[in-house]
Design a protein. Sequence first.
Lengths: 319, 499
Amino acid sequence: MKLKTIRDVDFSKYAALIALIIIFIIASLSSPYFLKGRNLLNILRQVSYTGIIGLGMTFVIISGGIDLSVGSMTAFVGGLAILVLNAAGATGFSIFLAILAALVIGAASGAFNGFIVTRFKIASFIVTLGSMSIFRSLTLYFVNAGEYRSESPAYQNVGSGLFLGVPIPVWVFIGLTILLHLLLNHTRYGRYICAVGANEQVARYSAIKTRLVRFMAYVITGLTVGVTAVMLSSRLNSISSSNAGNAYELDAIAAVVIGGTSMSGGSGTVIGTVLGAVILGIINNMLNMMGVSPYLQGTVKGLVIIFAVLLQYKKNKSS
Amino acid sequence: MNTALLEAESVSKEFSGVRVLNKVTLSLHPGEILGVIGENGAGKSTFMKILSGIYTATEGIIRMGGEQVEIRDPINAKKLGITMIPQEFNLVNTLAVFENVFLGNELVKKGLLDKASMRRRTQEVLSELQTEISPDARMMDLSVAQKQMVELGKALVHESKILIMDEPTTVLNSEEVKILFQIMGKLRERGVSIVFISHKLKEVKTICGRVLILRDGEQISLSPTAELNINQMARGMVGRELNQVFPRKQFTQGENILKVEDLTVPGLLDKISFTLKRGEILGFAGLMGAGRTELAETIMGIRQKSGGRILVCGEEVQIDHPREAVKHGIAYLSEDRQGKGLLMDFTVPQNITLVSLRRYVKAFIDRKKEQAATDEYVRSFNIKAASLLSKLRFLSGGNQQKVYLAKWMDTKPDILILDEPTRGIDVNAKMEIYQFVRELAKENIACMFISSELEEIMGMCHRVLVMREGRLTGEIQDKDMSEEEIMFYATGIKEGISV
């Protein structure tokens, strides 16, 4: 074994972490409020909604696909969960039912995307662009473009509650991160999805059921959408059919890309996606504190995504 | 027939120091059809690519009409009147026939496309070729034979003097071949010279005036077709001594393990039947496109059969996915190592355990067990890698092939299908793979050995089956094996099998 020199260290592996540290330092220097515990927890809570979806999205992107429908799906699943909650009466058990329903409907919605992508071999970009429109339209239709309003005050505790002083969505985000990290790095499924994303033909010749593997990535994403839908709908105790989940796909995909997952598929990390989500959250927070117009924040986010992809592209070219 | 249209003098080509074409000299007369034959890798394509400007020669002179020319690129070749019709046509499927004919050379009037003239000219040429194709037909609606006509039309429109046709008849049925030959005859009368590359010696004998035989990049002969019979041509193509040392054959074969009956895939395989015994190395010879890879892929469940049965250990099995094949103890090393075999961005252990990963999982993947297995293969196969954790793309071809072999041996197969197992690897790695395959046979593993290198087939196999155009055309036992004999079956000179 050769001695490791500084040049042997693969910086690209730690790019997201390095970026996070730099941005964290800049943010703490630029505003005295940034480092306040409440602010930090607030950032974490804010990023957890799209961050959770980003965890699932990591799998879809590693498989070589993309899911644009997650934002509308969040509204769709959240809305239906509230309908289930109200229909079951406002008891503790109905909250359990609503959560279960959200997970099942989320998984089913993801399965719908996955089925069409893998069965009919249509580009995931097109399929999920279509289902994005379908989910939003159905969400609007059921309540005539109004709101899904929960009749259970207790439901709010799920999304607004704290555990050991930390918001529940953050705990869920952490828990799912560990779970999906293990799935990606330590199970057969994780190995298979990287194989399928790297070269589907090789994977098929290696006796891997490539369709099923890719299909499951969309189901996983649907499940994470289900989780976020519960967090979001219970936090507000309602879902706006027109606004809920808007542009979540952008944040989720951005987190994945900034986290170093390759847009062409085949490799990526769950931890990177978490770092990506937090980086985005800090940038947003910074812009808010500096008084930048919220309308401009989309521009910054867009630039960050393009820059992240550009870095990936350069890396691929040089190797 | 006195002044040569094109003369090549001592044309050679090297790729990174390896000479693939050595001093080919010929002259091409106006109105001549010249056949070019040789085995895969004999240098036919290389030579034609030099003439059509895709490659430039390392050495040698090319003259046209007595003057030295430099064929820099395909556009340049076209200007000189040389057109190549490749096996994969250069046609745009979504465009109309006339648009394809004039693609890149559109007629323009007042800054706009002159479609009327292009249509008219295309119609004239197509009528001349006596086909019914409409200039407005869309390319994608045409048959392969019709597409070939369009390619010919293209050459006529641009008044090519030399036409190079690479295996034009492999995609045609016998009726279409007849028509093509008629047209080639007509072109010859107009003074067009045709270079006709083919594996089909009968066709060469029929249509060509002279034939150039290449072997291992060397020009073996250039003589009038009338002076050669088909057997002499075949011998000219292969005639070389066995110059590699193969491990001695062992003949301790067990019971039948694989039986294939009337296996059929429409358009690819036609009623293939054979049996394979434990400990046997069964060769599959044939020319490119004979259906050997397709046979392997059908057994493996990558292609779906339309008829026939596959029996493993006497029991019929249904295999519609490689997963099933693996369950029945079948392993397949594809000829396309990079495209179908290995993940270039995965590490060595990750590649080796990809198929057999199930065995390495308790709750999670057991990395230590994976590593231990890899170390074992690295030792027994003599795999050389700077680091086992580096990506596979940094290994040499030979070492990649060994990793590929390890990957499938790790599934503990009973039946191993090797498809061109030594393609693109160095001599030493080749020897190691031969030795290894021989040892597997000793351990009673049954092996299907697909190869286009005849001496390899002869050196390794107990028995060889020859395929041609999706059918089994010959079976040759060890004692009767000769390259000529295999070539006779592969090219269709001999036919008939008694399995």
